[in-house]
Design a protein around this ligand. Structure first.
Ligand SMILES: [Zn+2]
Length: 280
């Protein structure tokens, strides 16, 4: 055991809600077990689609207040997950949500993808040198599902980690097998308020490349609370029989599975099968 206690986990996410959607169980698990968890969020999510009708006028094309509102949602999610160290890359408001690929907001002068990669790497490097994490988590090279801000988050994280001393880097992914099984179970739920995904509709990763499965069944209550905190972005549904799932603004049911899945991108593989810190 060469780790200095407590172990330090740092996650880089593009928008408020990504921490909960992708890694909520993992954050809750390690925070509950005494790890120091640092969350770095790259933008305020100004371009997100708004689900509740009553909040529609926060949108970029209207009052343009969604980013500030989502900061409040993120604070509530962090409280649910046990994140005590949350930072915005470059400080709150430095870079703006670029929006989905090909939309006009990609060209906004403050859009994250328009920003200087060097400046963004330096901003993350400053955090890495301050926190000195043992393990860093971000998305794979495709950003998980192709969103330009997720791809940029991946790019700057890999570049910054190359200049810092990090024991392991993981890319968070969605398991095809677990998603298929979860969707199969949801198909049998009679009162589901969302439509089921068509085969291949949800972005997933083949399980053959997954190196690390973190069990989060004991932390799904915290993950659900965090997902609920992002009410502008996520609809969470639970019934009396204990079934739960969520949908984004597209209204497609997505299962909440009892593990979170990673691909080890750098660092020692031994001991990493079920624990991001295993064997360190
Ligand atoms: Zn995102």
């Amino acid at each position: 055991m060469t780790l200095t206690a407590p172990p330090r986990l740092l996650l880089v996410h593009a928008h408020p809600d990504d921490e909960s959607l992708w890694t909520g169980g993992t954050i809750a698990r390690y925070a509950a077990n005494g790890a120091h968890v640092t969350l770095v969020t790259c933008t305020l999510g100004e371009e997100g689609e708004i689900i509740p009708d009553g909040l529609a006028l926060l949108a970029a094309a209207e009052a343009d207040q969604l980013g500030g509102y989502r900061n409040g949602e993120l604070r509530a999610a962090c409280a649910a997950l046990g994140v005590v160290d949350h930072r915005y890359l470059g400080g709150i408001g430095r870079w703006r949500d670029s929006g989905m690929v090909g939309v006009e907001s990609n060209g906004h002068p403050r859009a994250f993808v328009q920003g200087s990669t060097d400046e963004q790497v330096d901003a993350l490097l400053a955090v890495l040198r301050d926190v000195k994490p043992d393990v860093v988590v971000t998305y794979g090279p495709d950003g998980g599902y192709g969103h330009p801000d997720h791809i940029r988050a991946h790019d700057i994280t890999m570049a910054a980690c190359a200049q810092a001393e990090v024991d392991r880097i993981f890319h968070v992914v969605t398991s095809k097998k677990a998603t298929d099984a979860g969707v199969g179970e949801l198909a049998a739920v009679p009162d589901l308020p969302f439509r089921l995904p068509r085969p291949g509709e949800l972005p997933v990763t083949d399980d053959g490349v997954i190196t690390t499965v973190v069990p989060v069944a004991d932390h799904l209550d915290a993950k659900l609370r965090a997902l609920r905190a992002h009410q502008t972005q996520i609809s969470v549904w639970q019934n009396d029989s204990g079934w739960s799932c969520y949908a984004l603004s597209n209204g497609i049911a997505q299962p909440i599975v009892d593990s979170e899945y990673y691909v080890l991108a750098a660092g020692r593989a031994a001991g990493a099968a079920t624990d991001l810190f295993g064997g360190l």
